[in-house]
Design a protein around this ligand. Structure first.
Ligand code: ADP
Ligand code: MG
Ligand code: ZN
Length: 520
């Protein structure tokens, strides 16, 4: 039973079938680039996108005699991450040299942590959403954290002259050391069992929850597509009922949440086919191919790979006092999942509405809009409707932009909502006003003033229009009087037209019914 899809694809077993014979074990390694202003061991800048090798110095280039100094902010971020992951924080730990020879690390070693991580033995409770089309409750999976340790990023190599961009077939390679030495935290889970067929979703939900947590901690910009959050996914299978872990593969640098799920799922179906055939899984790294949805073989990687780790002699140990740790604990933000539940309750959104809001990244703007005085319903209506629609195409060349980059602030939206609830604007006027705000014409009040947008508050004028429309439509009036109250819509339309749109439709409806002596 195999499905051959893409070039280089190996045999796979349909997912459900694989799950009838095997249990998955997964392990996730997440690297997060900290958003510190300077690098881990030197004062070089860390900004993304600078010209190659312009953000380097003797320390991060590994020149002889250069001495590293640890970045205190990075250590604090590491401790805060550890605490947010319910870890223990070491009271004394060291850096270690991970020795290997490869030009992306000019020192010929990476300064990392080995058997003395800054944080260890934690967990993150992850909410796994219901599967699409299934009427089921979300469930919580506890992801046990093995360790979170500090290290430095490597440089970036570019292989030129070949067809694939890989080193094979390239004529030469370029290396940019701007990234070398940027602080990284590596967060490693324990082997996770018990997720069964939901393992791919658990993997995705975990990385998503971790990203939300890191964002709430404000320690990183957590952009998977720019590589500031990177995930390696380890997968193995064991026969159902067995407790002995199978051999794992490690799929590298899966760079979106969706890919995490797909890559884990794919590896599960591939492992099943290998094991079904009586063959053994090679312990190796795999490359994930976003376009074809498959992994291909990388390099063999045994647990015994010898990096000749030894304690870094040029750096003093990190020994945070318990007072420092408690001071940092006090800076932790509300847990994002708890916060989401609290906001949903406050706002009265349904599960589906809340999920849409979160997926659209709109929870923060809605929170600010509500804080600025709008109702939760109105805030959702504007940000998830009109504004979300515009954000999809407002960027250069029709690209999408973030809601907050549209040029409308939460305060603007709250002000607009105020103009509607106070009865100054109706819905279509509010839309026109928003148009003006987006065009940079000023605040909602300024735009409404400048464009002369205001509902006619003069009830006499409205009554005159209602009388006129009633007189001109005896047939409709008869229908309404005969019990077909919804026919009133036609009359409201005409009243609005007579008033050139400057009437409150709700008020017009009431006035028509009152005039006809009909109960609405
Ligand atoms: P490496 O040096 O290979 O990166 P790490 O310890 O950093 O090793 O990470 C290995 C990851 O793989 C951890 O998340 C660990 O829990 C997970 N893991 C270990 N054994 C297995 C297994 N048999 N199946 C799936 N995952 C595993
Ligand atoms: Mg690792
Ligand atoms: Zn430097």
């Amino acid at each position: 039973m195999s499905t051959q899809t893409a070039a280089g694809a190996e045999k796979t077993v349909p997912f459900e079938e694989a799950m009838s014979r095997y249990e998955p074990v997964i392990g996730l390694e997440v690297h997060v680039e900290l958003g510190t202003r300077t690098k881990m061991f030197c004062g070089c800048a860390t900004g993304f996108g600078a010209d190659p090798n312009t953000q380097t110095c003797p320390v991060c280039l590994g020149l002889p005699g250069a001495l590293p100094v640890v970045n205190a902010t990075a250590v604090e971020s590491a401790i805060r991450i550890g605490l947010a992951l319910n870890c223990e924080i070491a009271d004394w730990c060291r850096f270690a040299r991970k020795n290997y020879f490869y030009p992306d690390m000019p020192k010929n070693f990476q300064t990392s942590q080995y058997d003395e991580p800054i944080a260890f033995e934690g967990y993150l409770d992850v909410e796994v959403p219901p599967r699409e089309g299934l009427d089921e409750e979300p469930f919580v999976f506890r992801v046990e954290i093995e360790r979170a340790h500090m290290e430095e990023d490597t440089g970036k190599s570019t292989h030129v002259g070949g067809a694939t961009g890989r080193i094979h077939g390239a004529s030469h390679s370029l290396v940019d050391y701007n990234r070398a030495g940027i602080p990284l935290i590596e967060i490693v889970t324990k082997p996770l069992t018990g997720a069964g067929e939901r393992a791919p979703e658990v993997a995705k939900a975990y990385v998503g929850a971790l990203r939300d947590l890191l964002r709430a901690l404000d320690v990183s910009d957590v952009k998977m597509e720019q590589g500031s959050l990177r995930c390696d996914a380890n997968v193995s299978l064991m026969p159902t009922g067995s407790e002995r872990f199978g051999t794992r593969t490690e799929t590298k640098n899966v760079n979106s949440l969706r890919s995490v799920e797909r890559a884990v799922r794919y590896e599960m179906t591939r492992h099943a086919a290998v094991l079904d055939a009586g063959a053994t899984i090679l312990q190796e790294t795999r490359h994930w191919h976003e376009d074809t949805g498959i992994t291909t073989s990388g390099r063999p990687k045994s647990d015994a790979d010898d990096y000749r780790y030894f304690p870094e002699p040029d750096l003093v140990p990190v020994a945070p006092s318990r007072e420092d740790v408690e001071r940092l604990r006090a800076t932790l933000p509300e847990n994002p999942a708890q916060r989401r539940r609290r906001l949903q309750e406050e706002w009265g959104y349904t599960d589906l509405e809340m999920r849409d809001v979160v997926n659209a990244g709109a929870a923060e703007v809605i929170e600010e809009t509500v804080a600025a005085g709008a109702s939760a319903a109105a805030a959702r209506k504007w940000w998830m409707g009109e504004l979300a629609r515009r954000a999809k195409t407002a960027g250069e060349g029709g690209a999408s932009v973030e809601l907050l980059d549209l040029g409308v602030s939460p305060a603007h939206v709250a002000e607009l909502d105020g103009l509607v609830t106070s009865g100054r604007l109706n819905d279509s006027m509010a839309r026109q006003t928003l148009e003006g705000v987006l065009a940079g014409e000023g605040t909602p009040t300024e735009v409404a003033d400048a464009r002369g947008l205001e509902l006619v508050q003069d009830d006499g004028a409205l009554q005159a229009a209602v009388d006129e429309v009633i007189a001109a439509n005896p047939d409709v009036v008869e229908k309404i009087r005969g019990g077909k109250v919804q026919a009133v819509g036609a009359l409201i339309g005409q009243v609005m037209k007579t008033m050139r749109g400057q009437a409150d439709a709700g008020k017009a409806r009431q006035l028509i019914l009152d005039t006809l002596g009909v109960e609405g």
